[in-house]
Design a protein around this ligand. Structure first.
Ligand code: PLP
Length: 477
């Protein structure tokens, strides 16, 4: 054996203890760790001829890269939709690497990882209060989940026209109606050969990011008998608006269509007492996207595609690995590799199983409701400060706001965010809501508390005041 590799095996306990120690220190200080940092200038070492061993490599990493790490799983990382990592999920994710299972076939020799995955799917359905009418398969994120759901939808569409798209390729255009599809769905359509430009835009309700169903109905009345796909949003990324899924589901009775619901993080409204009605009717969807590295608070990369059990055959047609005889006979051996895009698959379900067992329905109800409460607290504080105004009501867990018109002369979003981010305490992202520039804060982390909201509001006021002072000084000069 290569000597350095052999030495590493001999020193495995010390190596893992070092990483364990580093992890403990990082996680112990995560709440006060920087949420932003300037783009790093890293002096990367070249690929060595002789390896330096894992311990020395960790030292190099500590020196050149660790100082630049930002607390993206910390309590004040409010950019994008970035979930935290529960203790159980971190522990399980380590084990996923240790066990290194290739989660594929349920009947495979000595392979129990796929069995645990099947069990975890049932627990996910229970958490989200969905009936057990759905199959599920773990994928890397909501983008791949949207891809998978839309891939099966494409196969369904082909079947309506007598074409097996997976074998023969696309033979006709597919009509896809959507109002505010997330960019990842458009990316999925690009990858599926349907084309990201080939959606039919349905207008939103006034001042909303939710589909105007009456407008959709009018378009559909002219559609004739053609099969089509409805691409719905259960939680738009800006204001977390929800298409009326119950109404869309009713259309399924009247028209020959497939309903795909992107509920990447909006799905978690189902765990709450007060907001569960937002996903009302989603149990009638054909496919649903749910991301776990967002509001389930597990490490990247982890998500699920849920598809109605009656579509299992379409799904296996879509993803069947037909050209590898050693993979077995499809009808006899269920295997995830015939059910989702990847062949070899990380044992992602273990992480989700751990965190669901560890915190249960009550834990996740608390987590989601706590984030919703904190989003509202931030919104109140922003309005009270007089420096900011909301551009959308807080519908779930994001706050979209702008500089108050009274201060638009002294402050602008880019300059304000640049100065705020220099403090390192919080990270938020600029966005556009219904054509208006805004700042967006998303609450998706169990670590976030009132103290974090208070600290950020203080920092924001301080930055706003520094701009006002600078402006007054300039006028005097
Ligand atoms: C509604 C929605 N769908 C899909 C995605 C894509 O998720 P991922 O980055 O996990 O692929 C996101 C990401 O924010 C999202 O908010």
């Amino acid at each position: 054996m290569y000597t350095v590799l052999k030495d590493d095996i001999d020193q495995l306990p010390e190596l893992l203890a070092g990483v364990w120690q580093m992890s403990i220190e990082y996680l112990e200080h995560l709440n006060s760790h920087q949420s932003t940092a300037p783009a790093p200038v890293v002096n990367w070492p070249a690929l060595p001829d002789e390896g330096m061993g894992a311990h020395a490599t960790q030292n190099v990493f500590d020196e050149i890269f660790l100082p630049h790490i930002v607390a993206s799983s910390g309590p004040r990382y409010w950019g994008f939709v970035t979930g935290g990592t529960t203790p159980a999920a971190i522990a399980a994710d380590w084990l996923v690497s240790v066990f290194d299972q290739n989660s594929q076939s349920v009947g495979g020799p000595g392979d129990c990882s796929a069995l645990l995955e099947l069990q975890t799917v049932k627990m996910v359905l229970d958490l989200l209060r969905l009936p057990h009418d759905f199959n599920g398969g773990f994928v890397t994120g909501a983008t791949m989940s949207n891809f998978s759901g839309l891939a099966v939808a494409r196969q369904w569409h082909g079947k309506q026209l007598g074409v097996d798209v997976a074998r023969e390729g696309l033979r006709s255009n597919i009509k896809i109606y959507t109002a505010m599809a997330h960019s990842s769905s458009l990316k999925a359509l690009a990858m599926l050969g349907i084309g990201s430009n080939n959606t039919i835009a349905i207008p939103c309700l006034p001042d909303r990011e939710a589909m105007d169903i009456d407008a959709l109905q009018q378009v559909l009345d002219e559609n004739g008998e053609e099969p089509f796909i409805l691409l719905a949003s259960a939680g738009t990324v800006n204001s977390v608006d929800f298409d009326d899924i119950a109404k869309l589901a009713l259309l399924k009775r009247k028209y020959n269509c497939w309903l795909h619901v992107d509920a990447a993080f909006g799905a978690f409204a189902a765990c709450t007492t007060g907001h569960a009605q937002l996903v009302h009717g989603w149990e009638h969807a054909d496919s649903i996207t749910v991301d776990f590295h967002k509001w389930l608070n597990v490490p990247y990369d982890n998500a699920i595609i849920l598809t109605r059990k009656e579509h299992a055959e379409l799904q296996t047609q879509t993803f069947h690995n037909s050209s590898a005889p050693y993979l077995g006979i499809l009808s006899e051996n269920f295997s995830f590799l015939n059910f989702v895009p990847e062949n070899s698959r990380r044992f992602r379900a273990l992480t989700v199983w751990f965190t669901l067992m560890a915190y249960g329905k009550e834990g996740y109800r608390w987590l989601v409701e706590n984030d919703i409460r904190l989003a509202n607290l931030l919104a109140e504080g922003l309005v009270e400060s007089g420096y900011f105004e909301l551009v959308a009501p807080v519908r779930l867990n994001t706050v979209c706001f702008n500089i108050h018109p009274d201060h638009a002369g002294e402050l602008n979003i880019t300059g304000f965010l640049r100065e705020l981010h220099k403090k390192g305490t919080v990270f938020m992202t600029p966005s556009t809501y219904l054509g208006r520039a805004c700042i967006r804060a998303a609450f998706v982390n169990y670590r976030t508390s009132e103290l974090d909201v208070e600290q950020v509001l203080n920092d924001m006021k301080e930055v706003a005041e520094s701009f006002l002072k600078a402006k007054t000084k300039n006028i005097r000069n």
